[in-house]
Ligand binder design. Structure first.
Ligand code: GLY
Length: 362
């Protein structure tokens, strides 16, 4: 048990005279025990700069939502991260389509955009959807028009690196279509030829599902979160993953905690994974336990053979991250070897994710 958790239980026992179940988080509407808030920011592994920026802003008094959005904007702007914003891998037609959502704990409001083209910061547009419309989710052409109306600048988001990766993918689709790679595909191991961003532990199952999530607890004890992504590489145009879907790719309840995810969006969509994590937090589970419980449920629900390895395990990865109102944090994923980013006010660092299965080869 962490020192913070022990301290919380001690203070809860004193304040509540034993009325609270040990470790249980108060239901909405119940007064929170008087604990000192410890600001915290967590993110996916690609979010070290995001948590650094978020904590910098929180330390100077910013609301958690402003902080997490500013944090992920750094990665959205970075052409070297091929899973988010500018430079993200495109859809099957070579067009970059971005998804993002934000959720604000104190007001329990959210905004999201999906399949947004030509705007490199979908998280900023999602914020405007929340602040300047009566809607939560706007998609495609409507999202682009909404962004234009609010003065967002349009630009080509496809970098040379992403275009080359897309062309490589297209050329290796099969040896019976009209797209031919420079070398015959019959005698080559496509998985091993793929550039690093497209390779994963499942060889030929190489389509990238990277994303960035960031959740934070600010000095006032308020929670907020954001998830932003270019989605599944080479997806069918219009495909929407979990990232812009409240409850699937992110969720926060200001009285309980905040959660987010990266990895195979389809698995989170059919499990409402982040809402599930927050509900586990509500029962008093630690963030790591809550994420691990949700991972178990995702695996249990993975019933399609094409999504299973020969021994019945998932042929994909999902990572979940969570914080609670006491500033405790943690995360979990299906296979070993993962890490997440955290900043607790002292330093930004990676910490290991809990996991369900040990990966054969790391
Ligand atoms: N988790 C990102 C996506 O599947 O689009």
């Amino acid at each position: 048990m962490s020192a913070t958790r022990r301290e919380f239980l001690r203070q809860a026992a004193v304040a509540g005279g034993g009325a609270l179940v040990a470790g249980a988080i108060p239901l909405r509407g119940m007064a929170r025990p008087a604990v000192t808030m410890r600001p915290i920011a967590i993110s996916s592994a690609n979010g070290l700069r995001a948590v650094t920026k978020a904590m910098e802003m929180i330390a100077s008094g910013s609301d958690a939502l402003d902080a997490v959005i500013a944090g992920v904007n750094i990665v959205e702007d970075d052409p070297n991260d091929v899973t988010v914003g500018y430079g993200g891998l495109p859809n099957e037609e070579g067009v970059v389509e971005l998804d993002s959502a934000v959720m604000h704990g104190p007001t329990h409001q959210a905004g999201a955009v999906a399949s947004l083209r030509n705007i490199k910061n979908p998280s900023k547009v999602a914020r405007v959807v929340m602040d300047r419309s009566d809607h939560v989710l706007i998609v495609g052409e409507g999202a682009l028009r909404f962004a234009r109306a609010h003065g967002f600048k349009e630009e080509d988001l496809l970098t040379e690196k992403a275009r080359e990766a897309w062309l490589y993918w297209k050329e290796h689709l099969s040896n019976t279509d009209d797209w031919l790679p420079p070398h015959g595909p019959d005698d080559t191991d496509i998985g091993s030829l793929l550039p690093e961003p497209l390779r994963n532990e499942f060889g030929a199952f190489f389509r990238h599902t990277g994303t960035i999530h960031c959740s934070a607890l600010d000095q006032k004890g308020n929670l907020s979160c954001v998830t932003t992504t270019s989605g599944l590489a080479f997806k069918i145009p219009g495909r929407v993953g979990d990232s812009p879907i409240i409850g699937a790719g992110l969720f926060c309840d200001n009285a309980v905690g905040s959660a987010g995810s990266t990895g195979r969006g389809e698995a989170n969509l059919v499990n409402c994974s982040c809402r599930m994590v927050v509900e586990h937090l509500r029962t008093g589970k630690s963030p790591e336990e809550a994420c691990l419980e949700a991972v178990k449920q995702i695996v249990e629900h993975n019933r399609l053979k094409r999504l299973q390895t020969p021994d019945g395990r998932p042929r994909f990865e999902v990572e979940l991250y969570a914080i609670n109102t006491r500033g405790e944090y943690g995360g979990a994923r299906i296979y070993s070897g993962g890490k997440f980013s955290v900043h607790d006010g002292t330093t930004a660092r990676h910490e290991p994710l809990a996991y369900l299965y040990k990966k054969e080869k790391n």
